[in-house]
Ligand binder design. Structure first.
Ligand code: 5AD
Ligand code: SF4
Length: 375
């Protein structure tokens, strides 16, 4: 029996897209291998959000040179967000001549076609973003949780972020397709349905579909014993209607991931986040009032260009106010082609490192306080 091994980097969207790659391979009779070395087809589904993720891909793909030399029949494929950047795809193609297939997110749906390729090596690159990937078969791998895509892409162009470049503009799936997929997942026994999108609160706006709050209500009205989660929300688009559905509908998990990125208005402005700290805190207030038992989590970037000690202190003060239940803190990483790449006053690594550690300490303090009953 032929086997495959997929290594996935990055976010839940990539995890779900690896389920689609697995779906294609299973359809063709391949089975999952226990170890990468044993597999006939080896796939790396890459991430581009920070430099570290890309460095790991170079390291891990590079390490396959010997294996491929000894087993020329094995197929090595590299895909995902990193290879949706033309220069990165070309570099991988040149540096590692043993990679057989390279393609980006816009060509995910062509994976099966690429497997049948007649050429010796293949580098597929275009920016023809669409929703074709939604028609792929998938092989779910996340236990009781079923990921369900509701939309692709992002229109926000936060100045630090590569996502709009590697995922294209927002494209919402028809709600009927989403409901059908959720029904199938629930009927197959999945207990948690996680609706996925870079900016779920923009659902429908690109094509006149129903709103995200209406979509949540429709998903929740599907019969069965299951819960609903969603990610990710942009604070500028989170509506009172969505908060109300989370508050009032038993099927919705009482959880909201609301990335703030910074607690300083001047940093937020340079990030192009389109909200102020005051506006963000008013949304948090509304969430906490309407959903008393809510879990709120966030993403924070430290060391954005020009972030001063005072800006960082403002972020710490916001964290103390919100008392998050979980924080994902990242050191700013320069991404090629973004606006922030060209900004002056890049913050040195040592300072970013100290700031990220300070946030981890704050997170621990908050957790301890909550365990001691101080809300
Ligand atoms: N550097 C560091 N962190 C980043 N993120 C996005 N782009 C960058 C970058 N260039 C973080 C943001 C986002 C999360 C998914 O990754 O916090 O919410
Ligand atoms: Fe990136 Fe901003 Fe879009 Fe999120 S909303 S994916 S941080 S550009």
């Amino acid at each position: 029996m032929k086997t495959y091994f997929i290594t996935t980097y990055g976010c839940q969207l990539n995890v779900h897209e690896s389920e689609k790659l697995a779906g294609v391979l299973q359809k063709r009779g391949f089975l999952p291998a226990d170890k990468l070395e044993d597999a006939d087809i080896i796939v790396f589904n890459t991430c581009a959000i920070r430099e570290g993720a890309e460095d790991r891909v170079f390291g891990n793909v590079g390490a396959l040179k010997k294996l491929k030399k000894e087993h020329k029949e094995k197929i090595i494929a590299v895909c995902g967000c990193m290879t949706q950047q033309k220069a990165k795809a070309e570099k991988l193609y040149q540096v590692f001549p043993f990679i057989d297939i390279i393609f980006g997110t816009s060509n995910l749906h062509k994976f099966e076609e690429f497997l049948d390729k007649k050429t010796k090596r293949l580098l597929a690159y275009d920016e023809d973003f669409n929703l074709e990937g939604e028609n792929m078969p998938f092989y779910r791998t996340s236990g009781e949780n079923a990921w369900v895509n509701i939309m692709q892409g992002c229109n926000n162009f936060c100045t630090y972020c590569i996502v709009p470049y590697v995922r294209g503009r927002e494209r919402s799936r028809p709600h009927e397709d989403i409901l059908k997929e959720v029904k199938e997942a629930v009927n197959s026994g999945y207990k948690l349905i996680t609706l996925l999108g870079q900016n779920v609160n923009s659902y429908g706006k690109d094509c006149g579909e129903i709103s995200f709050a209406e979509l949540l209500t429709k998903v929740a009205s599907i019969d069965g014993d299951f819960k609903i989660a969603f990610m990710t929300s942009h604070p500028k688009d989170l509506t009172s209607e969505v908060i109300d559905v989370v508050a009032n509908n038993k099927k919705l998990l009482k959880e909201i991931h609301l990335p703030v990125q910074s607690g300083s208005n001047s940093v937020l402005e340079r990030m192009n986040r389109k909200y102020t700290v005051e506006k963000y805190l008013s949304i948090i207030e509304e969430i906490k009032t309407k959903i008393p038992d809510v879990r709120i989590t966030t993403d924070i970037i430290v060391g954005f260009p020009g972030e001063t000690e005072e800006d960082f202190e403002k972020t710490c003060s916001l964290i103390r106010k919100v008392k998050y239940d979980g924080i994902f803190a990242f050191m700013f990483s320069v991404r090629e082609g973004t606006v922030a790449e060209k900004m002056n006053d890049q913050v040195p690594f040592e300072i970013k490192n100290r700031r990220v550690n300070k946030i981890l300490e704050l997170e621990k303090e908050i957790k301890k306080d909550k365990l001691n009953g101080n809300n």
